[in-house]
Design a protein around this ligand. Sequence first.
Ligand code: AGP
Length: 594
Amino acid sequence: MCGIVGYVGDRRAAPLLLERLRRLEYRGYDSAGICTIAEGGFHAVRRKGRIREIACAESLPGTVGIAHTRWATHGAPCEKNAHPHLCGKFALVHNGIVENDGALRASLLRQGAELKSQTDSELIVQMLDREYDGDPMQTLVRVLRRVEGSYALGVLCLDCPGVLFAARRKSPLLVGVGEGECLLASDLPALASEGMQAYVLEDGELAALRADGAEFYGADGKRIQKKPHCTVPREEIPSKGRYPHYMCKEMAEIPLAIRQSLCDLRQDHTFNDVCEVLCQTDYVEIVACGTAYHAGLAAKYAFERLAGIRTDVYLAGEYRDGLPDCTGGECLTIALSQSGETADTIAAASLAKQRGKTLLCITNAPYSTLSSMGDRALVTRAGREIAVAATKSYQAQLAVLYALSLGAARARGRNVDKEYAALERLPDDCRILLSRLGRIGGWAERFRGARSVYFIGKGADHAAAVEGSLKLKELSYIPSEGYAAGELKHGTLSLVDQRTPVVAILTQRQLAARLMNAVSEVASRGARVFLVTSFPEFCARREVISSVVLPETSPLFTPALSVIPLQALAYETALALGNDPDKPRNLAKSVTVE
Ligand code: AGP
């Protein structure tokens, strides 16, 4: 996904656009650019790389402008593919994907268009300039009827220097109306300022922003009235506080994220409603991507063991492409997403609805696309997560999913008092564990030169292993795999030697012997073993180089704890390698494209 900011008002646009764009840098940072209107012309700066590369744009004249920070989809990260794209009287920034780009490109080339980039976004601005009839808004409406796919757009037209045009389909876009100025942004943090009213553009809607306010239009180009969604809270302005990176700040917030998520559920009537639904449910399916998918894998054990509900977890990107529907009976589909804007998860949720499933959406973003799709919605209270690598949002998702499994168990007459008590203790358990991670820096020194790393576990520990592996890959760029411990000997063991450290996770007492067999197998081939365990007695084993002991909790809830040392390992290894742990290469905080 990309970050979009626009401004129209009585202040110079460039400094404000730069400052607000920095708040969205987590959305993508391959390249960046700004364009303002002044003295009858466009003034633009575009660069490959981070927003700091366009700092020189601070001096651009004009009180109207658009800015963009990109996560490349069509066309490599470079200056000519950076936004804004200009053509004749129009300048444009875009977040989304034009799905019929081939046909549109061919049509423009037949008309003699000179395309300057490899992007799909440039096609829109080329069409605007070619079809311009003197009315920018109506031209935009007409052109967008021919565009298939997703877009959040900010558009400038030289004939209307005091107006910022906007349009939205699938990719989120917000309008902020303040005193004597209006803002456009792809996410709330960029709007945060005193007393600004935020309006959420719905799919197909457009807007014309001026210094004195905003006008809204439907897809047919006719005026519509909209009510503000909220007054933008000041706390939306991201800050690292006393921490060197957002990731370590957000890890420190894990206990609070769990506590707030659990506390909110107690007052949320939807939670009780979903527990009643689960009482009648034969089957739960969870659809998600990345870390959210791994949270689903961990929660599966709780739903099945505590509530006795068969639960399957699907990669949303696979589910959406028509995996056969074998559920039958009453099925609750849970779409799980931190951002609530992940295109694959939105598509999977949409398919579940088409199949007549009851859809529950769990996100960390109450105004997100996914939050508005479900028959029911629950919000995790992790607070805004800026670092690309998900940490506190993972534990917050688990807290909500564990609470649902307990609520469903109780609704089915099962005694889960012990597990309830364990869940209530989880925030403190995390806080204690966070204070015990001093040796992880030493682990990182041993991992930084690894040829590859294997994370192994059985049962719920396997769910933690795959999440730990994703964290390390994301931040260190070291190849890694999370593996069901007993599976290594069926092939992958051939890759294990002294250059492939192994992290073993052991929290399931009944699986300890077989997990330790796998530990012996890898150690006897030269691998150094690092153990994350609930059982101190295994730390003294001769195969174990170093270990972290977890506070005691329900064996079904251990992934919320065992992943914490793995999050820290990824963070420390990134630092040891000189990587930016908040903005790993090639990635963005939410993947709003397919
Ligand atoms: C996890 O660290 C990554 N940032 C990524 O895998 C992420 O979990 C995935 O893209 C899903 O994002 P979502 O939770 O916002 O849907």
